[in-house]
Design a binder for this molecule. Structure first.
Ligand SMILES: Cc1cc2nc3c(=O)[nH]c(=O)nc-3n(C[C@H](O)[C@H](O)[C@H](O)COP(=O)(O)OP(=O)(O)OC[C@H]3O[C@@H](n4cnc5c(N)ncnc54)[C@H](O)[C@@H]3O)c2cc1C
Length: 405
């Protein structure tokens, strides 16, 4: 089988599906190639893989038509963030400023986002091919060879095939990855004290430990980033010992940990592709960059890539679309945004890992100062909500009324 489209999106994770939905809405003929798509909406207990979605990224999902399809009963907005340092007792708390009329963000299951975007695509002219890209050749159009024997010709190919991006490797784009020597252990827990719609993070010398609020007022999604040996030990503890270790590491801030789910671990690294575009191929999401999850920004960054790509390229109405200059602008813009985010997350990771006394003291003073300083706090809130720097139009506050979910 051979088909021809304007846009072929390789990878049907959240970034790829959102990109496909936005291009389809812009009038493009779109195909998504994804071997493992599960479009069913989650039911039962909240899934382990949850994501903090910031307002800027929620607007992009809103523009794609997916945000309104999320089940509000399975989403938890958070209205405050509390961060504190085990080494210095420094503490920082922030809430949205008076100019914001929504929360700081939402905790959403990754599967729910995939299900909502799949529904948007089902109702559009886009097609989803349950296949895998095996080879890529040509320039205008680009030809994709699929594992199932089919071929797909496209004017633009979007590589949204994740951290190990086979497409990036096929194109020979260098990938600079530095492992943190750490893993993120995730679990869902219930606590004696309700979370009060606050996202909390305690910085330990071994890494940050986050409790993110879930729809049950006593339930949290836990992300514990720590050295590999500790993560391996935590992953194999029996439930009672795990709950005890977790409660102690979190200073029992939400009381006793009453129940805990299965656990999963993810190896952590920072990485960036050397080029975010090559020929008529653009990289988005984890195929382009990887950041530490301590700021919960990986997918948010990916969704802003998608908005920036749409903005730079526009709809495929003219001959010669996509223009090389527009792809170049996209690549420079988003590579610089990914670098900025890596500097922030990397800097925080290193700063809080240091155990020497003068630095711990300075760190505590810095957190307390930021907590008291209005302008500093406003800048932090703008960053946390994705409203600082060169924000793509679709993600700006004036682009849409704040999502209601
Ligand atoms: C512990 C942890 C917590 C996190 N928390 C947050 C958070 O709170 N907020 C946040 O914004 N981010 C968070 N992140 C980051 C976030 O999970 C990722 O950035 C995001 O899931 C990446 O989405 P993606 O669509 O780019 O890639 P993926 O979700 O990796 O999707 C890639 C897709 O490509 C497909 N694929 C692969 N090869 C091929 C091929 N040859 N042909 C076709 N398809 C192919 C795969 O099947 C897959 O479905 C967290 C990460 C971790 C590890």
């Amino acid at each position: 089988m051979s088909a021809s489209v304007d846009v072929a999106v390789v990878g049907g994770g959240v970034a790829g599906l959102c990109c496909a939905a936005l291009f389809a809405r812009a009038g493009a003929r779109v195909s998504v190639v994804e071997p493992e798509l599960d479009p069913s909406a989650p039911s039962g207990p909240i899934d382990l893989r949850t994501l903090a979605i910031i307002p800027a990224a929620a607007r992009v999902l809103g523009a794609a038509g997916a945000w309104a399809l999320l089940d509000p009963a399975r989403i938890q907005p958070f209205e405050a963030m509390e961060v504190w340092d085990a080494g210095s007792r420094g503490r920082l708390e922030f809430t949205p400023g008076p100019q914001h009329d929504g929360p700081l963000g939402w905790i959403v299951e990754s599967r729910q986002l995939v299900a909502a975007l799949s529904r948007v695509l089902e109702a559009s002219t886009a097609s989803v091919l349950a296949d895998r890209v095996e080879d890529i050749e040509g320039q205008a159009p680009v030809n994709l060879r699929l594992a199932g024997g089919g071929r797909l010709a496209a004017r633009l190919v979007v590589a949204a095939d994740g951290r190990g991006s086979p497409l990036r490797a096929l194109l020979g784009i260098p990938w600079h990855e530095t492992p943190y020597g750490a893993r993120a252990l995730i679990a869902n827990v219930t606590t004696g004290i309700p979370h009060g719609r606050v996202a909390r993070q305690r910085f330990l010398a071994s890494g940050p430990l986050a409790f993110l609020p879930l729809p049950d007022p006593h339930a949290c999604s836990v992300v514990w980033s720590c050295e590999e040996s500790l993560a391996a030990r935590l992953a194999t503890l029996d439930d009672a010992a795990f709950r005890q270790a977790l409660g102690e590491a979190f200073e029992h801030r939400l009381g006793a940990i009453e129940t805990s789910s299965a656990r999963a671990c993810f190896p952590l690294a920072r990485a960036r592709a050397e080029r975010f575009a090559q020929g008529a191929v653009a990289l988005v999401g984890d195929a382009a960059h990887l950041v530490h999850p301590l700021a919960g920004q990986g997918l948010n960054l990916g969704l802003l890539d998608v908005a920036a790509l749409l903005e730079c390229l526009g709809p495929p109405v003219r001959e010669g679309w996509p223009r090389a200059s527009a792809l170049g602008r996209y690549a420079r813009w988003r590579r610089s945004a990914a670098l900025d985010m890596t500097l922030v997350t990397d800097g925080l990771e290193r700063l809080f890992a240091r155990t020497d006394s003068p630095l711990r003291w300075l760190r505590g003073c810095g957190l307390d100062l930021a907590n008291r300083s209005g302008p500093l706090k406003r800048a932090l809130v703008a960053h946390a909500m994705g409203e600082a720097g060169d924000v793509p139009r679709l993600a700006r506050p004036q682009a849409a009324s704040p999502p209601a979910a």
